[in-house]
Design a protein around this ligand. Structure first.
Ligand SMILES: *Cc1c(COP(=O)(O)O)cnc(C)c1O
Length: 463
């Protein structure tokens, strides 16, 4: 299997190269040249299969000879043995809908499913190449902790995560700063999340620094993250359908960066019987407006009860766009250029109709989110986190939908409290968090200061 860029400027590369490259060098996103096809006999055979075995079956065809079946089994085993539920991503019936619980990993949010795997995959590839990777990222909350947990304790990786000092929730802050492994470096900057992102961008643009320190990113543009997320679509389908290949199912996905829902699209392209994908957004509705109008245009970012979806420019959207325009990299380039120049792009009506045949999109308001948490609790005794509630709300018209639950409700106590008057009991991973020892460096929101800190830390570490 070879990988190409949505913008056509990368000669086909292997799976390992695509994982280490992250963002394509031409500014586009990497994609497999073709989707491996899953036969109906496979779908039947996979029904009832444990998650780790299924993960190997789904992912291995994407790796070619880069990674053996045995190596992949070990990677998968290591990545998911830390999940607190024996099924890893269980499906539970909640009223007329199904809820696919993706929050049983170490940070209680769905990003663990991909980042636990990516961390181990990085380690394997670095062992082979003899290299060392320094991961650098800015977080507004969830991604930072999931990335830290993905690589903590690894020999060939150091991770530097910037978060805005006193501006992430206490739980989110503690999830990061209580990780005391020597390769984890938390930096609280005296500034906002945007300041953090700006600094990270500047450091990545400092090519000398980037090369000397082998800087890497873990944001959702890495193909391996998408791939790890494809697995649970197959898993959920096999649990609900019992392997009946005539059973087409609908998935509802709370969406920000289009990563999770794009994984559902990939599953469908591989042959999973999908009836419909429900794209659920909060007030930050660029994606739902696109599905309903064919116009992709960013507006101001609103802060909502579902902060991990407070995004206006979706980093994975370009991957879907590539397929929509018939895998024509020239057309993608032109549309992205239009986006850059005019702040918007639009697609012809015929294509918009094609989008509408697969996707049903809805933007869910704050009131509706709280109402959904309250209703589901009152009627079913089940507590939804605000992100999951957005997806459940958008699926209202479609009974029998598999709704992706992207975070544990205890992580978003304030919203849950407002909706139902009490908080959800914390999972074991969040218990005692506030009493543990922490380590974090508070620094000025200044690129040079951060750069000096990274250089100093790394020279200390590699003495
Ligand atoms: C990141 C995140 C999302 C959005 O996922 P995308 O892949 O960016 O669309 C939804 N819910 C939670 C809890 C998240 O952390």
């Amino acid at each position: 299997m070879r990988y190409v860029s949505t913008r056509g400027g990368v000669d086909p590369i292997t799976f390992s190269q695509a994982v280490m490259m992250g963002l394509a060098t031409d500014g586009g996103l990497l994609l497999p040249e073709a989707f491996p096809q899953v036969a109906q006999t496979d779908l039947r055979r996979w029904s009832g299969m444990p998650f780790p075995e299924l993960a190997v079956e789904v992912m291995h065809p994407y790796m070619g000879s880069d990674i053996s079946l045995q190596q992949l089994s070990e990677l998968v085993e290591r990545s998911y043995s830390g999940f607190s539920h024996p099924e890893v991503t269980p499906v539970v019936k909640v009223g007329e809908q199904y809820v696919l619980e993706l929050f049983h990993g170490p940070t209680a949010a769905f990003k663990d499913v991909a980042l636990q795997f990516l961390g181990n995959l990085f380690e394997l590839l670095l062992e082979r190449s003899g290299g060392h990777l320094n991961i650098l990222g800015a977080t507004s909350g969830d991604t930072g902790s999931a990335a830290i947990y993905g690589v903590r304790g690894q020999q060939r990786i150091d991770i530097f995560i910037l978060h805005p000092h006193n501006r992430v929730s206490p739980i989110q802050e503690r999830q990061m700063t209580t990780v005391l492994d020597g390769n984890v470096h938390n930096i609280a900057i005296e500034g906002t999340f945007d300041d953090g992102q700006c600094i990270v961008k500047e450091l990545f643009n400092d090519l000398e620094f980037k090369t000397e320190y082998s800087l890497g990113a873990v944001n959702s543009i890495n193909w391996a993250r998408i791939l790890a997320q494809v697995v649970y679509y197959f898993y959920a389908w096999s649990r609900v359908s019992d392997g009946d290949t005539g059973c087409k199912l609908t998935f509802s996905v709370p969406t920000g960066n289009f990563g999770d829902i794009f994984a559902g699209y990939v599953a469908m392209r591989m042959g999973l019987p999908v009836e419909r994908l429900i794209l659920a957004t909060n007030r930050n509705d660029i994606l739902s407006r696109f599905v309903n109008s064919g116009i992709y245009q960013a507006r101001k970012v609103h802060h909502t009860l579902s902060p991990s979806m407070d995004i206006q420019i979706s980093s994975n959207f370009e991957r879907y766009l590539y397929y929509l325009v018939g895998e024509d990299a020239g057309k993608v380039r032109a549309l992205m250029e239009q986006m850059r120049r005019e702040g918007m792009m639009s697609i012809p009506e015929a294509l918009r109709r094609q989008v509408g045949e697969l996707f049903h999109a809805e933007a869910v308001s704050e009131e509706e989110t709280l109402e959904q948490i309250a209703t589901t609790y009152r009627e079913q005794g089940y507590i939804l986190d605000p992100h999951t509630a957005v997806g459940v709300r958008a699926a209202g018209k479609f009974p029998g939908t598999i709704c992706l639950a992207t975070a544990h409700p205890a992580k978003f106590g304030e919203a849950v409290q407002r909706a139902i008057g009490c908080e959800a009991p914390p999972p074991s991973s969040l218990q005692g968090l506030m009493d543990r020892e922490t380590r974090c460096q508070i620094l000025a929101a200044d690129t040079q200061v951060i750069k000096n800190f990274i250089e100093h830390k790394l020279s200390e570490r590699h003495e």
